[in-house]
Design a protein around this ligand. Structure first.
Ligand SMILES: [Zn+2]
Length: 333
C-alpha cells in the first residue's frame, strides 16, 4: 500500500464527479492524522507508514489532491495510533508543530492528544488551559489486553476523559469497538449515560459510529436525541451509512473528516455479512481502484443526492458544523 501523491486519469474523473458542484469552496476537516515515526516501537506501524514523517504541513499539502480548488480553513489533527509508542512525546511533537506552523496552519489547525485509559489527567490539564489541546483521541490499542476488538466505551474512554472534556467543552474523538459498533446495545448505553452526565463534552463518533458495515448504522437512531454526540464521515465508503446518519442525526451533526493518510490509499471498505472488509489493490488484484478519500466523497454525495439535501446542508457538513463543534471549547475551566 502506498500514500498516493498523484492522481491518474480514472482518479481525476471520479474526483470531478465527487467534488464539482458539491463540495463548497471552504472546508473544515475534523479528522486527520499526523505522524512522527521516532516515537513508535519497531514493527508497530504499517509498512506504508514506517519511517514516514507526516507533519501538519505535509497533511495540508496532501489535502490539495483531494479537495482541488478548495481552501482548507481549519483541521482537527491527532497522531496516528499504534500499539506501542511514546504518547506524550508524539503529542508534544504535534502541538509544537502546530504552534510553529505558518499562516494557514498554526492559527487554524487544532490538535487532539492521543490518550490511554491509565494516563494521568493532570498531565493533560495545562494543554487544555492554554488552548493548545482541543480534545482527546483515545483508542482501543491502549487498553492492556491482547485482543482489544471487543472493548467497551469505558474500557478505552473512561469517565475521566469525559469529565475533562466536559470542563473545557472539548472534543472526545471516539472509535467504537465491538463487532456491531454503534449498533451494540452496551456501546449505546454507555454513550447515552456519559453524554447525559457530561453535556459539554463534545463526543464525535468517528467513521459514522464506525459503521463500516452499513447495516450497523441503524444503531444511530437510538443516539440521535443526544445533542453533544456528533458523527464524522472519515473513511466511510458506503452511501447507505451516510444516508442512515443523515436521516437520524440530520445534516447539522455530521462532520466532514478525511482520515488522512487513509484517504490517500487506494482501496475501499465494504459491507460483507455482519462484518466489513478493507479491500486494496494489493489484496484483491484489482487494478483500477481509486483513493479511499475519493470513494468516501462519492458515497457522501450519493447519500446527499438521494435525500435531496440543499446547499446549506452541504455547507454545514463540510464547514459550518465543525465550526460549531469547536466553538464549545473554552480554554479556562
Ligand atoms: Zn482516523
Amino acid at each position: 500500500m502506498k500514500i498516493e501523491t498523484e492522481l491518474n486519469a480514472d482518479d481525476r474523473q471520479l474526483l470531478a464527479e465527487a467534488v464539482e458542484g458539491f463540495v463548497p469552496p471552504v472546508v473544515r476537516d475534523v479528522h486527520g492524522h499526523v505522524l512522527e515515526p521516532s516515537g513508535y516501537a519497531p514493527g508497530t506501524l504499517a509498512r506504508h507508514l514506517e519511517g514516514r514523517r507526516l507533519a501538519p504541513s505535509t497533511y495540508r499539502a496532501a489535502m490539495d489532491l483531494l479537495l482541488p480548488g478548495r481552501r482548507l480553513a481549519e483541521a482537527v489533527l491527532f497522531p496516528f495510533p499504534a500499539r506501542q509508542h511514546d504518547r506524550a512525546a508524539v503529542n508534544r511533537w504535534m502541538f509544537d508543530e502546530l504552534a510553529a506552523a505558518p499562516e494557514g496552519g498554526g492559527e487554524s489547525d487544532h490538535g487532539l492528544a492521543i490518550v490511554g485509559p491509565a494516563d494521568d489527567p493532570r498531565a493533560l490539564e495545562p494543554g487544555f488551559a492554554s488552548g493548545r489541546c482541543r480534545g482527546l483521541k483515545p483508542y482501543h490499542f491502549y487498553v492492556p489486553r491482547a485482543d482489544t476488538s471487543q472493548v467497551g466505551v469505558e474500557d478505552f474512554a473512561p469517565e475521566w476523559m469525559w469529565e475533562l472534556c466536559d470542563r473545557h467543552g472539548a472534543i472526545l474523538m471516539l472509535h467504537l469497538m465491538r463487532d456491531a459498533a454503534v449498533d451494540d446495545a452496551g456501546n449505546r448505553e454507555a454513550l447515552r449515560r456519559l453524554s447525559a452526565k457530561y453535556p459539554r463534552c463534545q463526543a464525535v463518533l468517528a467513521h459514522i459510529g464506525r459503521a463500516f458495515n452499513q447495516r450497523t448504522a441503524r444503531g444511530l437512531a437510538r443516539l440521535a436525541d443526544r445533542p453533544n454526540l456528533w458523527v464524522d464521515t472519515s473513511a466511510i465508503t458506503e452511501a447507505e451509512s451516510f444516508r442512515c446518519a443523515l436521516e437520524t442525526f440530520g445534516p447539522r451533526r455530521i462532520l466532514f473528516g478525511s482520515d488522512y493518510p487513509i484517504s490517500h490509499l487506494r482501496g475501499r471498505c465494504v459491507t460483507v455479512g455482519t462484518q466489513f472488509l478493507w479491500v486494496y489493490p494489493e489484496t484483491t488484484g484489482a487494478t483500477r481502484m481509486t483513493l479511499v478519500g475519493i470513494e468516501s466523497l462519492l458515497a457522501l454525495r450519493e447519500a446527499c443526492t438521494q435525500l435531496r439535501l440543499g446547499a446549506d446542508d452541504i455547507q454545514a457538513i463540510f464547514h459550518d458544523n465543525t465550526g460549531r463543534l469547536l466553538d464549545h471549547f473554552r480554554a479556562q475551566p
